[in-house]
Write a protein that binds this ligand. Structure first.
Ligand code: C5P
Length: 305
């Protein structure tokens, strides 16, 4: 959410818009499977200017409504029906947990690619949960919202916190970093999306874990080149077994003037960090012509929230 909303604003039955940013994983190390079925991980999350927009307004009745509109090159393909959307599920869950009979209405402008490793659904769910908490005057603390949200997705607590962060556990233990870096990125969404569960199922725990320290030091000292050199994603290997697109994009980005490149999260999006906006836009245009089946997005990592 870009700014703090007042209770008066959120309870006035007027439409309010909030921004739901996408994320990239600049580092993702994944260890062994735990007894609860999740994998222990350590990751650096960085927010993007690329974002969905969520409109909401409190209703005077008890309806819970959601409309999804695809914008900015997003196709509706693979989008779940409204009742299966994480926004609907988490807000309905909040209603049941609190016993409130208040209603709320959402309109989601969906821009972030889906099944892409960019956290779109989690970011939307975090914004919706915060909106309902405010609109209904529930007064849940950030900690309580985060604990509740983690039941609906490992990434949602990160989006409640926002900014640059290191996340651990199954992703729900969030430690915010004191600073981030603004830099241009080009992202490619292949014509296929990856299932997070399938990528984790194929993952084999490494004998030795890759250290997160070098990339965190590079971020905190503001060294873009250092960050780009330390990019790491353990799940890339598992993803290579799911689709030839990962190796194809690895090879293609190797021919571009990228400072560094890799897959984000459990894929299927692949990104590169570029030295400046001009180069990023040139590369974006080139990729659009050589990859007509893909969605190519030129965006920026946000230094702050
Ligand atoms: O928590 P989330 O709903 O994003 O996870 C989707 C699936 O990804 C989980 O059901 C699990 O199979 C896998 N996962 C995992 N370890 C994690 C996060 C996700 O195995 N740390």
């Amino acid at each position: 959410m870009s700014r703090q909303l007042t209770v008066q604003e959120t309870q006035a039955l007027e439409w309010i818009a909030v921004v739901c940013p996408a994320k990239l994983n600049l580092f993702l190390e994944v260890g062994a499977k735990r007894s609860d079925g999740y994998h222990e991980l350590e990751t650096v999350m960085a927010p993007l200017t690329l974002a969905d927009r969520l409109w909401f307004r409190r209703r005077s009745d008890s309806e819970l409504l959601l409309e999804v509109v695809c914008v900015g090159g997003q196709s509706g393909e693979g989008m779940p029906p409204a009742a299966e959307n994480l926004i609907y599920q988490i807000v309905d869950g909040l209603r049941r947990a609190t016993g409130t009979d208040q209603g709320i209405e959402f309109r989601l402008e969906k821009r972030i690619p889906i099944q892409a490793g960019m956290g779109g659904a989690s970011s939307d769910a975090a914004a919706a949960l915060r909106a309902a908490n405010l609109s209904w005057g529930l007064g849940w603390s950030d900690a309580r919202l985060a604990e509740f949200a983690s039941r609906y997705g490992s990434d949602i607590p990160y989006f409640l916190a926002g900014g640059w962060a290191v996340c651990r556990g199954r992703g729900e233990r969030v430690e915010r970093l004191s600073r981030g870096l603004a830099c241009p990125v080009v992202i490619v969404r292949p014509p296929v999306g990856f299932s997070t569960a399938e990528i984790y199922r194929r993952h084999q725990a490494p004998e030795q874990l890759h250290s997160i320290q070098p990339i965190v030091s590079a971020i905190l000292s503001g060294r873009t080149g250092g960050v780009a050199r330390e990019l790491f994603n353990r799940l890339e290997r598992a993803a290579c077994g799911v689709s030839p697109w990962v190796e194809r994009l690895q090879r293609l980005f190797g021919t571009l003037p990228a400072l560094g490149h890799q897959m984000t999260g459990s894929g299927s999006c692949y990104f590169g960090i570029f030295p400046n906006k001009l180069v990023a836009h040139r590369v974006g245009n080139k990729l659009k012509s050589v990859l007509p089946d893909c969605r190519v997005i030129v965006s920026d990592l946000l230094a702050g929230d």
